[in-house]
Design a protein around this ligand. Structure first.
Ligand code: LMR
Length: 394
């Protein structure tokens, strides 16, 4: 049977993890997969997570099944963290999912169930898994222009122009904050404008928010999502706790569905429950319970927020440091946009060949055409890195 299978195309991000692991060079630099690293280059379990895990171990008396929708206190905690009081909670349904990828997958299946002829629009570029999941569930994907590489900024007019071709009922994937891969984000005014366009054309946003707290701060990063949620009848949100709680391998995420009224929200939620049942039955509990403990304990929540802010500020300082190092090395301001971008990534704007040369000749690993993970930057090696980047002609 298996001989009938075709070899799947390699996922560029996953492939890079393996290439980096195999590289024997001791001075190699990993700017690939989006994983936070502290100034010592480690990805430690967050302190608040350790405390919550200890409490969980001491208090948990059973590991029997919960609901197919997961842990309600987790889902509600995520709902409040992302949406605040922007929308009447009665209109919001939600399900726990295995990571943010799980949320995107379940929401795409929900779209497939509800409106199989809908086109799902995503930015060009976007996280490579977006189009792959859309197509995998049998939906059609189309792209809209998003990034002006020469300016290092969002090409908002082009984005709005391209979306004019979307039909009523089509879905638009937006990155809630910290756009992956570019690091170029919508301003609140642009969120307002795109919300008005969605309303006028009857488009339904699916907001992928995987980096809340990594951009301008927890509240600031949710401002666009909250505006959309408060203004439109239907919004879907896929959220991840991989990054802001550092729970990568525990697979913690949530799919939220805002309906035009409470009944619509409940129906969408029931469908998420049935999709969970079909795909994996019960979502993994441990990490979600940890998040729920943190979000529902005032002291622990405060400690987690402080820790997250430490991470954010560390990335911001590395971001600014790299922009300055490149300004010195290139003797030009063409890299200044890096300091303006926010989140875990920036798009350096190379070609596949230049990125390959950086990897092979300098042991510097980045994704695709130059997406770099800011958290992977070596604080004391920025000049050396800048020299290598400029030397390959980026
Ligand atoms: C990334 O973009 O590097 C992360 O979101 C990890 C992943 O799953 O691709």
């Amino acid at each position: 049977m298996y001989e009938a299978l075709k070899a799947p195309p390699p996922d560029k991000i996953i492939q890079l993890i393996a290439l980096f692991a195999e590289d024997p060079r001791t001075d190699k630099v990993d700017l690939g997969v989006g994983v936070y690293k502290d100034p010592d280059g480690n990805t430690p379990v967050m302190r608040a997570v350790k405390i919550a895990e200890k409490a969980l171990w001491e208090e948990q008396s059973t590991k029997s099944y919960l609901s197919v929708l997961g842990d309600k206190s987790f889902v509600n905690g995520m709902r409040d963290l992302i949406l605040g009081d922007a929308v009447d909670a009665a209109r919001i349904g939600g399900a726990q999912t295995p990571g943010g990828t799980g949320a995107i997958r379940q929401l795409c299946e929900l779209i497939q169930r509800a409106t199989p002829d809908a086109t799902v629009w995503h930015s060009d570029p976007t996280w490579p898994n977006h189009p792959q999941i859309i197509n995998h569930v049998g939906l059609t994907s189309k792209t809209f222009r998003y990034y002006d590489a020469a300016a290092g900024a969002v090409s908002f007019e082009a984005m709005c122009d391209d979306l004019k071709a979307a039909a009523a009922g089509d879905v638009v994937i937006l990155h809630g904050c910290c756009h992956n891969p570019t690091g170029a984000n919508l301003t609140l005014e642009q969120w307002e404008a795109i919300t008005a366009q969605c309303e006028a054309q009857g488009l339904i946003p699916l907001i992928d928010i995987a980096y809340q707290g990594f951009g301008d701060g927890l509240e600031e990063d949710a401002a666009g999502v909250r505006h959309m949620a408060a203004s439109l009848p239907e919004v879907m949100i896929g959220a991840s706790c991989s990054k802001n709680f550092g729970l990568y391998r525990d697979r913690v995420g949530a799919a939220l569905v805002i309906g035009k009224d409470a009944e619509a929200g409940k129906l969408a939620e029931a469908n998420l429950g049935s999709l969970n049942r079909l795909n994996f039955s019960f979502p993994p509990d441990h990490g979600a319970k940890v998040v729920s403990i943190i979000l529902n304990d005032t002291e622990l929540r405060t400690a987690w927020k402080a820790e997250l802010e430490e991470m954010r500020l560390n990335m911001l300082s590395l971001r600014k440091g790299l922009a300055e190092a490149l300004r010195r090395e290139a003797n030009s301001d063409r890299f200044d946009y890096i300091a303006v971008h926010r989140g875990m990534f920036t798009q350096l704007g190379g070609t596949v060949e230049k990125v390959k040369a950086l990897r092979e000749d300098h042991g510097i690993y980045m994704v695709g055409t130059g997406r770099i993970n800011i958290a992977g930057l070596p604080a004391d090696g920025l000049d050396k890195l800048a020299k290598a980047i400029v030397s390959v002609g980026i």
